[in-house]
Design a binder for this molecule. Structure first.
Ligand code: 4H6
Length: 235
């Protein structure tokens, strides 16, 4: 999977060198190519933004500069995603859909955003990572790279992939609580069933805990039947 990132702040992506995504890069499972939009500025002072026609606060990224940055990486099969607070909110189904592409181009806005004409020309999809405002599209682009990379073959361990296919069976449920050593912490013991060795019972307990957790934290994820079942378990 190839990600081209069009950004004014390529340094922000250093953090992707760590952990699982860093390993995936080292193993050439994913390729993250950072393109500094400023390299495509048209003047000797390297300007990339200008004031909005019609007045108003702030600056806008200029269309010709952004277009030339895009042109330097575009291919016929690439999907261009613009990270913006106006986009459709990202969810796991959207992530899986993006993971089917071999080439994603991520456009990061800064200042007040980007001239509409170049967006109309090059953007396939406008995506938001949630209903709040950030100073730039870089953190959303990193969220997209991280979430999509998890679906690239070989990035996750075999165990995580198995665990994921299990949690997909219970798609709308949150994870059950998990415990590790020590057996007792500040007077609290690990639930006995987990040390029983009875795998049938453990599976049943985890399913019930998932349902209870979801009922308490995100009831809107459950249908009426699941809510009734959760209420029975809590009583
Ligand atoms: C494009 C257009 C994404 C990018 C405007 C980006 C939140 C998200 C940005 C802006 C973002 C998200 C600049 C508008 C700052 C507000 C960068 N914020 N903004 N939710 N900001 O995915 O002012």
């Amino acid at each position: 999977m190839k990600f081209d990132v069009l950004t004014l702040f390529p340094e922000m992506f250093e953090t992707l060198k760590s952990s699982i995504i860093g390993k995936a890069k080292e193993r050439n499972l994913i390729d993250i190519n950072l393109v500094n939009i400023r390299d495509f500025s048209k003047d000797k002072h390297k300007h990339v933004d200008d004031t909005p026609y019609g007045g108003g606060a702030g600056m806008l990224m200029m269309p010709d500069v952004v277009y030339d940055a895009y042109n330097s990486v575009k291919t016929d099969d690439a999907k261009v995603i613009y990270l913006s607070p106006k986009g459709k909110v990202l969810n796991q189904n959207k992530v899986k859909e993006f993971a089917k592409y071999e080439h994603l181009i991520l456009l990061c806005g800064h200042y007040e955003g980007i001239d509409q004409r170049v967006l109309d020309e090059i953007v396939d999809e406008e995506v938001s990572i949630g209903d709040y405002v950030l100073t730039g599209g870089e953190i959303p682009a990193m969220v997209l790279i991280d979430t999509v990379s998890r679906y690239v073959d070989g990035v996750l361990s075999e165990d995580s992939v198995k665990e994921e296919s299990f949690s997909e069976k219970q798609q709308n449920l949150l994870e059950y609580p998990a415990y590790t050593r020590p057996l007792e912490f500040r007077g609290k013991k690990v639930p006995e069933v987990l040390t029983s060795g009875n795998h049938k019972e453990i599976e049943k307990w985890r399913k019930e805990q998932s349902l209870i957790t979801t009922y308490k934290k995100r009831p809107e994820l459950l249908n009426d039947e699941q809510k009734l079942e959760a209420e029975k378990l809590i009583k």
